[in-house]
Design a protein around this ligand. Structure first.
Ligand code: 5AD
Ligand code: SF4
Length: 467
């Protein structure tokens, strides 16, 4: 559908290659935020590498530095500005150095204005909607830097897009596992969340394109894929020849040569019985479900526009645990939502104790401009919220440890992902998403091994290879 556009973008990659091939230039991409951003960064790095850059880690040294930003909570913004400020000196030393910013934060007008005013050394800005146009934008800034020798900036942020352009070059972080976008954007408008504003309306990819991509990845050595979307359970809702997410998952997991399929993120309101059945009947689908709760109070859930109740959520968790043996459930929880009281928080604790999450990601509410919740008055003080957060950490840690301990002594299959920080040790990820540290040869990286779990460390295990 976007063949012409794709050809145009590829032609820019060729032009960049010709322009920089004798310059021995280096580049790096710094990623903030979620799995979607990590995936986007692999695309950005792919373009850079194909264009002739040598990819390095060090942002002080690199000739081209791109920050792929997140804006879901405010502290991400603060961290970014610290890093950008630090690069000023290296830009003075290397006059041709290019610092760029892209991603979710750049979809916000105020942030772009702030960068342009405060950080004059930033020469390139684009958003989430025109990431596919990166080769073109990169060519523009490079030709102004090296050919015209002007001090031009390339700033282009679009309000929305209909373009889904895939299969430009990608540079995968791991050769044996990969993320695959199945949809973009989000239509849920949870009242605290900025994602629908910065990532746009929900758009699903055609199932056949997704399958083609996974088949290509498998031929390229990938054993595990993670299907990515803000709300994978509503996959296909707007497609003409739509299939459900459960059917897509079933199709993907039947691809020969693929060993493990994961997905992220599920919204509890759309989690179907069909999906539970598909996971239950297919061992290639990971025994892990990320199911953000956000709050256990029905009042707060309503104010958050989450469209489920505490009771519905717990019913779903029970159904999942009954249907899928050995499943691990992880969740996200926000404390300090503007209308949350201590009583509401107790409801959240109650759900945690009943749902027994294996892993919980905890966040303090962060006010995001433009969202519905940003107009609400706070009913709690900062000290009250801090107390709740501390309590939340304590409870979720205890519940998680209790769950993890249940598997001590058992044997599980894990995919070896990387070297551990301790010499001679490796880290593997189990189907249920738990990490295991164990002694082993580097040559095992990218392979599946049988591991006996010896000791639980709360959020990981120490184990050993079972011969
Ligand atoms: N404040 C705090 N946490 C947030 N999240 C999303 N928006 C906010 C916000 N404004 C959390 C939610 C979501 C996770 C990715 O980030 O828990 O599931
Ligand atoms: Fe944000 Fe809600 Fe969409 Fe998740 S489902 S991205 S929390 S609006």
């Amino acid at each position: 559908m976007f063949d012409e556009l794709k050809e145009k973008e590829i032609s820019y990659i060729d032009k960049i290659y010709d322009l920089i091939k004798d310059k021995n230039l280096t580049a790096t991409v710094v990623t903030f935020g979620c799995q979607m951003n990590a995936k986007d960064s692999e695309k950005l790095l792919g373009v850079l590498e194909k264009s002739g850059y040598r990819i390095i880690e060090n942002e002080e040294e690199a000739d081209f530095v791109l920050f792929n930003t997140c804006t879901v909570r405010e502290n991400a913004n603060k961290r970014l500005y610290g890093r950008i400020g630090q690069l000023k000196n290296s830009c003075t030393l290397n006059k041709n150095k290019i610092v760029g910013i892209c991603g979710c934060m750049m979809q916000e007008r105020d942030e772009v204005d702030y960068v342009l005013e405060k950080y004059k050394h930033v020469k390139m800005i684009f958003g989430t909607h025109n990431i596919y146009d990166f080769p073109h934008l990169l060519y523009d800034i490079l030709s102004s830097t090296y050919l015209d020798k002007e001090n031009k900036k390339v700033i282009e942020v679009l309000a929305k897009t209909d373009v889904i352009l895939e299969n430009l070059p990608q540079l995968r972080k791991y050769p044996f596992k990969a993320g695959v976008n199945i949809m973009y954007g989000c239509d849920n408008f949870c009242s605290y969340c900025i994602v629908p504003y910065v990532r746009g309306r929900e758009r699903s990819r055609d199932a056949s394109d997704i399958i083609d991509e996974v088949e290509f990845l498998v031929r390229d050595g990938v054993k595990e894929v993670m299907l990515l979307g803000q709300n994978v359970n509503s996959y296909g809702n707007k497609l003409e020849n739509s299939i459900s997410f459960a059917k897509l998952l079933d199709k993907v997991s039947s691809i020969e040569g693929l060993s493990m399929v994961r997905f992220m993120t599920s919204h509890p309101k759309d989690f179907s019985d069909e999906l539970i059945e598909v996971i239950k009947n297919n061992k290639k689908i990971a025994r892990h479900i990320h199911l953000p709760l956000q709050s256990g109070s029905n009042k707060v859930l309503l104010d958050m526009n989450r469209k489920y109740t505490k009771e519905k959520y717990l019913e779903l968790v029970n159904k999942i645990r009954e249907g899928i043996k050995d499943v691990a459930i992880s969740t996200d929880i926000i404390v300090g939502f503007p209308t949350e009281t201590d009583e509401d928080f107790q409801e959240t604790i109650d759900v945690i104790n009943k749902a027994k999450f294996e892993q919980t990601f905890t966040f303090v509410y962060s006010k995001r401009t433009g969202t519905k919740a940003s107009t609400l008055e706070n009913v709690s003080t900062d000290a009250e919220i801090k107390n709740r957060f501390d309590k939340l950490l304590e409870v979720t840690k205890n519940v998680g440890e209790e769950q993890y301990k249940k598997n001590i002594g058992k044997v599980f299959t894990g995919l070896v992902e990387e070297k551990d920080i301790i010499d001679g040790y490796l880290t593997a990820r189990l189907s249920n998403n738990a990490l295991v540290h164990f002694q082993g040869e580097k040559s095992l990286i990218g392979k599946f091994v049988e591991l006996e779990l010896k000791e639980s460390k709360g959020f990981y295990y120490n184990g050993s290879i079972k011969n």
